[in-house]
Design a protein around this ligand. Structure first.
Ligand code: PMT
Length: 426
């Protein structure tokens, strides 16, 4: 199976932020700031019409670089090819229907389209337009052409548009655009559309088990890894349902349907139906193994006669992953459904995290298991991850350190390959 070698995006990258003429152009300013805060060198290339929405001075001040729109500026420096040639990443925010039509057909009538024609680095378009325009056959064709040419066209968010209307066509949040664009630099192959129409159920975040109205048993999961999996699967064409416990105020994963839950019992219930319908189930949530046998109706007091607070009785929670695998064995879930587990391991004096994960995949019976080393507080809440992928039949791959989007991409590559292998006859 795959052996990914991903690019490092912690170095200073030359990022071109293109801006086309749409209301969402103001959000490009936040995207520029996002890249700058991560230490990248940003050059903004707006179209003429983008400057009707945001002035060049804003982009110059935020990027620290001059702004031009036309191929007739800095002609002595051959700017119309140099900007694209030197770029490590080109991101267009927002990519309007008109801009995508021009880009799809290889027009080079302004500096931005000329830059796209020259660039050999990853090119990421973040579309924003009204739903009717996004759904129009002309736009669908242009998106298909661009994707065929290797341009990464993000699926837009679903939500409130400029007028009173709501639907697909909203620009993703600036932090989502920055993360996904950098993931494209880490490994552009992670954005191929190999899950078109494939249904995913993904658990994410941490569960909370109530002790009383103010206290709970919980953990440090931020939901970042689960949400990154959801966003990457959706950008690869999948239909994604995320059953999410507590997630550090992250934006809703782009392109996914999210069901919010609190406790393990709620997560188990919410995952039940979607896992029956899914082609792929991924269990990235950090789930509490135990919960208090009962939840006090009022805040428990310390130091009272029976001191219930220091004697909390625990009962075991259902294991959502293991029971879903059991349901597949029992025929309730199709045998072709791929099951992916996670293992958050610290290891101990006698056993390494990897050895524990190898025991865990056999115990849980899932097809693939991503093992994270969480010793010393790493991984939980972090923006990056590293570890190993194991398969039930004993294969093992290193997953290189990278953003959680890049790790998600490696896991999805392994899922994609597994789904292409001939299935055993039932
Ligand atoms: O959320 P982040 O801050 O991004 O951090 C990511 C992460 C470390 C939480 C994530 O990558 C991870 O490792 N998730 C699994 C954590 C965990 O609970 O591991 P575990 O070894 O206890 O459980 C093994 C597997 O069984 C997991 O797939 C878990 O989702 C599943 N499980 C566990 C217990 C339970 N009752 N039900 C389950 O489904």
């Amino acid at each position: 199976m795959h052996a990914a070698g991903n690019a490092d995006v912690s170095e200073c990258l030359k990022v071109v932020v293109g801006v086309a003429g749409g209301i969402a152009a103001y959000k490009a300013a936040h995207v520029v700031r996002g890249f700058k805060e991560l230490g990248h060198d940003v050059r903004v290339v707006p179209t003429e019409s983008a400057l009707n929405f945001v002035g060049a001075a804003t982009f110059e001040a935020l990027s620290g670089n001059p702004v031009s729109t036309t191929v007739f500026d800095a002609v002595d420096e051959v700017q119309h090819v140099r900007v694209g040639q030197e770029a490590d990443l080109v991101v267009v925010v927002p990519a309007t229907a008109d801009f995508m039509a021009r880009a799809a057909h290889g027009r080079a009538d302004d500096l931005l389209t000329a830059t796209l024609l020259v660039a050999t680095c990853p090119v990421v378009l973040a579309p924003a337009m009204h739903t009717e325009m996004w759904n129009h056959p002309a736009t669908r064709d242009n998106v298909a052409i661009l994707r065929r040419h290797g341009t990464i066209v993000l699926d837009p968010a679903h939500g409130r548009l400029t007028g009173k209307d709501t639907g697909p066509g909203r620009l993703p949040e600036p932090e989502q655009i920055v993360s996904l664009a950098l993931a494209a630099v880490e490994n552009p192959r992670h954005f191929r559309r190999d899950f078109e129409g494939v249904r995913f159920m993904i658990t994410a975040g941490g569960t909370r088990e109530a002790i009383d109205p103010v206290r709970f048993i919980g953990n440090h999961s931020s939901g970042r890894q689960g949400f990154a999996l959801a966003e990457m699967a959706a950008q690869r064409g999948a239909l994604v349902t995320v059953v999410a416990g507590h997630t550090d105020q992250l934006p809703t994963p782009l392109g996914a349907n999210v069901v919010k839950v609190d406790s393990t019992l709620e997560m188990a219930e919410a995952a039940h139906e979607p896992s029956k319908l899914a082609d792929v189930c991924i269990f990235a949530a950090a789930v509490a193994d135990f919960r208090p046998a009962s939840t006090a109706g009022a805040k428990m007091k310390k130091g009272v006669a029976d001191d219930a607070l220091s004697n909390i009785q625990l009962v075991e929670n259902p294991d959502i992953l293991a029971t879903t695998v059991e349901r597949r064995k029992a025929g309730e879930i199709p045998a072709t459904t791929t099951m992916v587990g996670f293992a958050a391991e610290t290891g101990d004096e006698t056993t390494t995290p990897l050895e524990l994960a190898k025991q865990k995949i056999v115990r849980k019976g899932c097809d693939l298991l991503m093992c994270n080393d969480v010793s010393g507080g790493q991984t939980f809440g972090a923006t990056d991850n590293v570890g190993w992928l194991l398969s039930l039949d004993g294969e093992q791959w290193d997953v290189p350190r990278g953003s959680k989007f890049s790790v998600a991409g490696s896991i999805l590559d392994a899922v994609s390959e597994l789904r292409q292998e001939p299935q055993p006859a039932e």
